[in-house]
Design a protein around this ligand. Structure first.
Ligand code: BG6
Length: 255
């Protein structure tokens, strides 16, 4: 009920997106690019939704980013979810600590009264190194949990911005642009048609595994992300999309 509060003028976008992508869409009024409180509000909505979906023993995988950082902030502390496990969806990004998936997973678990496991594997490792590392028994436990996640909650970014934030070289950034990448999510880059055009190898959730996760919640807003959001949902229809007015009204159509 709380999720059907969408403003009248935004209803046509909700209907359009829901029909087109077969997902539940929630649009927060305002534009996260120009108003901090909009991102906070998306976080709150995501938090409420997340709590409503937990039945008791779920594994929840979360990504990093400034949007995801608002989700634990939006949770009122409780001790209700002691059998829930929160894990980061991927390894570290080397970003500001408060935006790292590990930090957000721990914060979320604390707020829910849940358990958590962290994954201390940097991104940008050479594939050979990564392969050796993920076979380590200390890591295989958390990796197998990540791969069995019941719920994935993640952000969506603008390809070029995320490539820089993820510390890719200038050359790689150019390559990604040439390949037509507009969106990024958990280290994968998508073109306008939602095709994966590039990825950063990492421990954690792989692109094909996301299709096995029963509940995926995508949270992203702001005018500048409109195209990125569309590209991502073309690749994969999440069960829930939480976005904002700035993003949805910036595209003439969502088809
Ligand atoms: C990253 C996530 O950490 O944050 C990505 O792994 C996402 O999936 C990105 O694209 C979004 O960041 P922000 O700060 O724009 O919410």
């Amino acid at each position: 009920e709380e999720f059907i509060f969408n403003l009248k003028g935004l209803n046509r976008y909700v209907t359009n997106i829901e029909n087109m992508y077969n997902c539940h869409c929630l649009i927060v009024p305002g534009d996260a690019d120009s108003d901090e409180s909009v991102k906070r509000e998306m976080g709150k909505k995501a938090a409420t939704l997340l709590k409503s979906l937990i039945r008791g023993k779920e594994i929840i995988a979360v990504t990093g980013g400034s949007t995801m950082a608002e989700v634990p902030r939006g949770i009122t502390k409780t001790m209700e979810y002691e059998n829930v496990m929160v894990v980061p969806a991927r390894g570290g990004l080397g970003e500001r600590v408060e935006y790292q998936a590990n930090t957000i997973a721990a914060e979320m678990a604390k707020k829910l009264g849940a358990k958590y496991k962290l994954l201390f594997v940097p991104e940008n490792l050479r594939p050979e190194t990564l392969k050796t590392i993920i076979e380590e028994p200390v890591l295989s436990e958390v990796i197998s949990m990540i791969k069995r996640a019941d719920i994935l909650i993640h952000g969506i970014g603008i390809a070029e911005e995320m490539a820089r934030r993820r510390g890719l070289s200038q050359r790689e950034v150019e390559i990604i642009k040439e390949k037509g990448a507009v969106a990024e999510a958990f280290g994968y880059y998508f073109d306008i048609e939602g095709k994966v055009v590039h990825y950063t190898p990492s421990a954690g959730i792989g692109i094909d595994e996301i299709k096995n996760i029963s509940t995926v919640i995508s949270v992203a807003g702001g005018k500048k992300k409109a195209l990125a959001i569309k590209a991502f949902i073309k690749f994969f229809s999440p069960k829930y999309l939480i976005t904002d007015e700035g993003a949805v009204t910036n595209l003439m159509n969502w088809e």
